[in-house]
Design a protein around this ligand. Structure first.
Ligand SMILES: Cc1ncc(COP(=O)(O)O)c(C=O)c1O
Length: 386
């Protein structure tokens, strides 16, 4: 009997090893990894610099708790605030925790002002996590079913519809929480004009703009943060997934004025920002710089989208290609799961984003030949379909 709780529909495969963009199963079969642990393995598998930094840190100190100052945490906070234009960072261990912290901070900010604003508005099809607050924030019913009573104070509107958002804002609204590019919900772009209008709406009403870059952040979309491409800056930013390159870490960043709503005892995490996870994140940022990975993301992302557009000519079931950088989706006119399985049989790991969208999330250091190989494997997989 399987002693693990049945919370995942797992692929029938056991992965045991990885190297770069390649992974191997327990039978010795190799696969090209265009999943990257769902946008986590930023540098691919077993990157020598990350391996060395982690083993050095493990031999020095793994953990000491936030009862003490932690140099790697301070350095990471300095790097992320300099990169984002925000002023303060709080560290946790996952995307849901980062969003949980963001929602708490937004509410506490208004509480401290004596304001009754508490409601958070998010988008249909959004995904913000699986804790009670973040599943309630999530704009997908299937994530919430069976978990009532849900915490109050959330509303949902259609993405890219500024009028709907304007209508939803009232005296109880505290913040708007958006993914710049929805990952789980189907690779749906919040367009730049919309994000700029949302920023202006927040400024007009004194609301906070929270951006969830758990999946899009840390170079995934071709800039360190996807919001840069819209020319806006959020009040609160959340990160996780790719930040640690495979070591669990989440971060919530805010401007100084908002950040002051958290004081000692208001929020915390035993593991959050420990020496090991912060060392991982610092190394990921170093390698992104040293290997010019943002340029690579832009070039390989373009190559991937162009290659998929060429496949679209051959396979009309591919209805639309979309995405940013190396978060790319291909919407099909049929269920996508059989194509994901067929691709795996060909030796290519890809995943779904909703029932009919294929999602491609290679490591940020994916090479040109590997993108071509993935496109050829996908073409073979598509050919096996009736
Ligand atoms: C945009 C976004 N936010 C939050 C989360 C939740 O992150 P975690 O699974 O680390 O809690 C995810 C995970 O897919 C995500 O894509």
């Amino acid at each position: 009997m399987n002693a693990i709780m049945n919370t995942y529909a797992r692929f029938p495969i056991t992965l045991v090893r990885g190297d770069g963009a390649r992974v191997w199963d327990d039978a010795g079969n190799a696969y090209l990894d265009f999943i990257s642990g769902i946008a986590v393995n930023t540098l691919g598998h077993a990157h020598p610099q990350l391996t060395a930094a982690l083993s050095r840190q493990a031999g020095t100190m793994l953990h000491c708790s936030n009862l003490f100052h932690i140099p790697a945490q301070q350095q990471l906070a300095a790097r992320l605030t300099a990169l984002s234009g925000l002023d303060r960072a709080f560290f946790c261990n996952s995307g849901a925790e980062a969003n949980e912290a963001a929602i708490k901070l937004a509410r506490k900010y208004f509480y401290d002002q004596g304001s009754s604003r508490r409601t958070i508005i998010t988008a249909h099809q959004s995904f913000h996590g699986r804790t009670m607050l973040t599943l309630t924030a999530t704009g997908q019913e299937k994530v919430k079913t069976g978990f009532d009573p849900l915490p109050p104070g959330f509303r949902h509107v259609a993405l890219n519809d500024i009028e709907a958002l304007r209508q939803a804002v009232d005296g109880s609204t505290a913040a708007i929480l958006l993914e710049p590019l929805q990952g789980e919900g189907g690779v749906n772009q919040a367009n730049s004009a919309y994000l700029q209008a949302v920023r202006a709406l927040c400024d007009e009403h004194g609301l906070l703009l929270l951006l969830d870059e758990v999946q899009t952040g840390i170079g995934r979309c071709g800039t360190m943060f996807a919001f840069e491409q819209a020319g806006i800056v959020p009040d609160i930013l959340t990160l996780a997934k790719g930040l640690g390159g495979g070591v669990p870490i989440g971060a919530m960043l805010a401007g100084e004025e908002v950040a002051t709503a958290f004081g000692p005892g208001t929020h915390g995490s035993t593991f959050g920002g420990n020496p090991l996870s912060c060392t991982a994140a610092l190394t990921v940022l170093d390698v992104i710089d040293a290997e010019s990975l943002l340029d690579n993301v832009i070039q390989r992302g373009r190559q991937l989208q162009q290659g998929l557009a060429a496949l679209q000519q051959r396979f009309p079931i591919m209805r639309a290609i979309r995405g940013q950088g190396l978060l790319v989706g291909a919407e099909l006119s049929i269920e996508a799961a059989p194509i994901v399985a067929a691709a795996r049989s060909e030796g290519l790991m890809i995943l779904l984003a909703g029932p009919n969208v294929l999602r491609f999330l290679p490591p940020l250091n994916i090479r040109k030949e590997e993108v071509n190989e993935a496109l050829a494997l996908l073409a073979s997989a598509m050919e096996t379909q009736p």
